[in-house]
Write a new protein. Structure first.
Length: 189
């Protein structure tokens, strides 16, 4: 992983998440990588994802102003997706004897209900920031050619009845009623 750049740093992650300052970042970064692969790459498309990672690895000082804005939006989503991916594994470890639960003096583990409630809150925040990222990219797709060419095109999307969250509604972004579309998009998610 020597040639790999993450969208977030240890400091940023710890300062902007519920992760404590004493959490070992070596135990968190595998989940950051998973969050990038599963959530961020899916949101921005592989072509743009690869270009941003390549740019951060090769010459981080050459990032443009538009890319900086995009990276800030990615970081917000990344923090919460990383927490969501890591949370169940921070207190359960896989050892030679099997799964074990760590506990220290005077500490109490969360009940399943409390853990589920916390996971839902974290996932909701991650989803919120991911949606803001997607909205920004859709509204500024002209600034990122890889997003337009290598990912879904906003005007080409149509309802997919096989997806759980899909509806039979279809909005054509190529019409003159774009303001009306933005109004409906705000309420239909």
């Amino acid at each position: 992983m020597a040639n790999y750049a993450f969208f977030i740093s240890e400091t940023y992650l710890k300062n902007n998440s519920p992760l404590g300052a004493n959490v070992d970042i070596k135990e968190i970064y595998p989940f950051a990588k998973t969050a990038e692969d599963i959530n961020i790459q899916e949101a921005i498309g592989t072509a743009l994802y690869d270009r941003l990672i390549e740019g951060l690895t090769a010459s981080p000082n050459d990032i443009t102003a538009n890319e900086t804005i995009l990276l800030k939006k990615i970081r917000s989503a990344m923090v919460w997706w990383t927490c969501y991916e890591a949370m169940p594994f921070l207190w359960v470890k896989l050892r030679n004897i099997g799964l074990v639960k760590q506990s220290g003096d005077n500490l109490e583990t969360l009940s399943d209900t409390e853990l589920e409630k916390l996971e839902n809150r974290i996932k909701n925040k991650a989803t919120f920031y991911t949606n803001r990222l997607k909205d920004y990219l859709c509204e500024n797709s002209n600034l990122f050619s890889e997003y337009k060419d290598g990912c879904w095109n906003c005007g080409d999307m149509s309802a997919d009845g096989t997806k759980k969250n899909s509806t039979d509604l279809f909005f054509d972004r190529n019409t003159n009623d774009y303001d009306e579309l933005k109004f409906y998009k705000k309420y239909i998610r």
